[in-house]
Design a binder for this molecule. Structure first.
Ligand code: GLU
Length: 268
């Protein structure tokens, strides 16, 4: 039987829609709550890796632009501005609870090349050994440039699943602006029901997932199911939950069911 209370190494991924208000500005109160929750998990003795989005969003807001640009060079510039902005915040908030953060900006080739992969695994292990909180994002200012060569992660659900695999996480939690996986789109169908447990990502499930992410984020259910597929193949459980109340991460680790959990077959 899978007991989430026993999970020691946790990867938490938080999306732009969780980190920002509708108007694109950073939701400081929520970020603070997230950091407080993760800090407390560390105090309890767990290891935490945070995969964060929000670089482009924070950059757009900081630059005073009204919306996310479509032009690549502008998106990359925004990511470069916003990445330091969000790291500055994380560093300050985690610092208040006595924890040290470390920034890792990854590109797809990290998982495609065995040599780089070994390097990044060593870096993660060392950072965790020294008690830091590795904070990961895609290296947007350069990796979107490489989009044409197909070596980008593109969005952070896939990145988070890859990170969970790299660090041999006991659990991946994807915080989203939706409660979990539904059997229909809850934004359009009021009878849509949450699916609490999934053991296998099959075609039927993928058929339910259709639909894009929000305007501010880039992921949607399709990418989350892709992440789940990768996690299940590596026997890593994964949860999709609503990040509106970041303390939900603690509920999940206390064994209180929330959202949708993807359970590897060995625990079926
Ligand atoms: N890496 C992007 C950012 O930080 C976000 C990707 C995503 O939303 O999945 O802005």
């Amino acid at each position: 039987m899978l007991d989430l209370r026993e999970c020691k190494r946790i990867v938490v991924k938080v999306g732009t829609s969780t980190l920002t208000y509708e108007n694109g500005k950073l939701n400081l109160r929520r970020i603070e709550k997230l950091v407080r929750t993760l800090s407390d998990m560390k105090n309890f003795g767990r290891q935490v890796v945070l995969v964060t989005s929000g670089a482009v969003g924070a950059g757009v807001s900081r630059l005073g632009w009204r919306e996310k640009p479509t032009e690549l060079r502008l998106k990359q510039a925004a990511a470069a501005v916003g990445q330091s902005e969000i790291m500055n915040l994380y560093s300050r908030f985690f610092g208040e609870y006595g924890h040290t953060v470390a920034q890792l900006l990854l590109t797809r080739d990290v998982v495609d090349s065995p040599e780089r992969k070994e390097n990044v695994i060593n870096t993660f292990e060392t950072l965790l050994e020294y008690g830091t909180v590795p904070i990961v994002n895609e290296n947007d200012p350069i990796s979107t440039y490489e989009l044409a060569h197909m070596i980008t992660f593109g969005e952070n659900d896939t990145l988070a699943a890859n990170v969970a695999q790299l660090v041999h996480a006991d659990l991946l939690i994807l915080l989203s602006d939706i409660d979990g996986l539904y059997d229909a789109d809850p934004r359009q169908n009021e009878n849509a029901r949450l699916i609490p447990v999934v053991y296998e990502v099959n075609d039927e499930l993928k058929g339910l997932a259709g639909g894009e992410g929000t305007k501010r984020g880039t992921g949607g259910m399709v990418t989350k199911l892709g992440a789940a597929e990768l996690c299940l193949s590596q026997e890593i459980p994964m949860v999709i939950a609503n990040g509106e109340r970041p303390e939900i991460v603690q509920d999940i680790l206390d064994g209180r069911h929330a959202g949708t959990i993807f359970v590897p077959k060995k625990w079926k």
